[in-house]
Design a binder for this molecule. Structure first.
Ligand SMILES: Nc1ncnc2c1ncn2[C@@H]1O[C@H](COP(=O)(O)OP(=O)(O)OP(=O)(O)O)[C@@H](O)[C@H]1O
Ligand SMILES: [Mg+2]
Length: 222
């Protein structure tokens, strides 16, 4: 059984005037320790696919099985535990809390954790040096540039040392050099055994992955 198994996944969004079929009966398997690039035109369903794996948006139909758990069949508490233990999510639009500092945002996933205060501090120090934010730790996030905010979002996704890293256009707001260093960081995490799934439009970013899938109109076309 694959580490991540998506069976006949369908996601329909209902807005005031229309219903949108964002994912149309998709079946896919992703092995543990894969580094997968997810490509496809705007609106093809990539972010929706990622949020389903992250346990963030309930499918209309179908299942997402991770490590033998049918995640949308878990109760709310267990689903939250799944997200905490398995998932680091880098959102396309960051989702940072603007009235908190860089450090406070990054530490949010550690709020419920068995780590000691010292261990949490150590984690933060390490991650800030990896993403190059060591000099901005006490800044409010709305006083940062777009690229810096993106790096805070990356730090927050990694601080829990998740088994699965889901990244939605993680380098979209970064200069070439910072983007490359973030992708190298993802490669190192993958070598440590973590499963990485990156949504991107960028061929260079795709090149860091070991396999690619392509979405079109809510379906995987290869
Ligand atoms: N919350 C929502 N409510 C209604 N429709 C939505 C919602 N989120 C996404 N959609 C629609 O679902 C479809 C797939 O969207 P999705 O965000 O998954 O695409 P995407 O491939 O990530 O696109 P992009 O590359 O622009 O980020 C689109 O038609 C989009 O308009
Ligand atoms: Mg998207």
């Amino acid at each position: 059984m694959s580490f991540i198994k998506i069976n006949n996944l369908t996601k329909e969004y209902n807005t005031a005037n229309e219903s949108v079929l964002a994912i149309n009966n998709v079946t896919a398997s992703i092995e543990s320790n894969e580094f997968l690039s997810v490509m496809g035109p705007s609106g093809s369903g990539k972010s929706t696919f990622l949020t389903a794996i992250g346990g963030l948006s309930h499918p209309t139909k179908g299942e997402v099985i991770i490590d033998d758990m049918n995640i949308f069949g878990l109760g709310a508490d267990k689903l939250a535990k799944y997200r905490r233990e398995y998932i680091g999510f880098i959102f396309q639009s960051f989702h940072l809390l603007k009235y908190l500092t860089v450090k406070e945002n990054t530490m949010l996933p550690l709020a419920i954790s068995d780590l000691t205060k010292g261990e949490k501090e150590e984690r933060c120090t390490q991650i800030f040096s990896k993403v190059g934010l060591e000099n901005k730790v006490h800044r409010m996030v709305d006083e940062l540039s777009g690229g810096e905010q993106q790096r805070v979002a990356i730090a927050r996704a990694l601080v829990n040392e998740p088994l699965i890293l889901l990244a939605d256009e993680p380098t979209g707001n970064l200069d070439t050099k910072t983007g490359e260093s973030i992708m190298e960081l993802f490669c190192n995490l993958n070598e440590e055994g973590r499963t990485i799934i990156v949504v991107t439009h960028d061929k260079k970013v795709e090149g860091y992955g070991k396999r690619s899938i392509y979405f079109k109109d809510g379906q995987i076309i290869n």
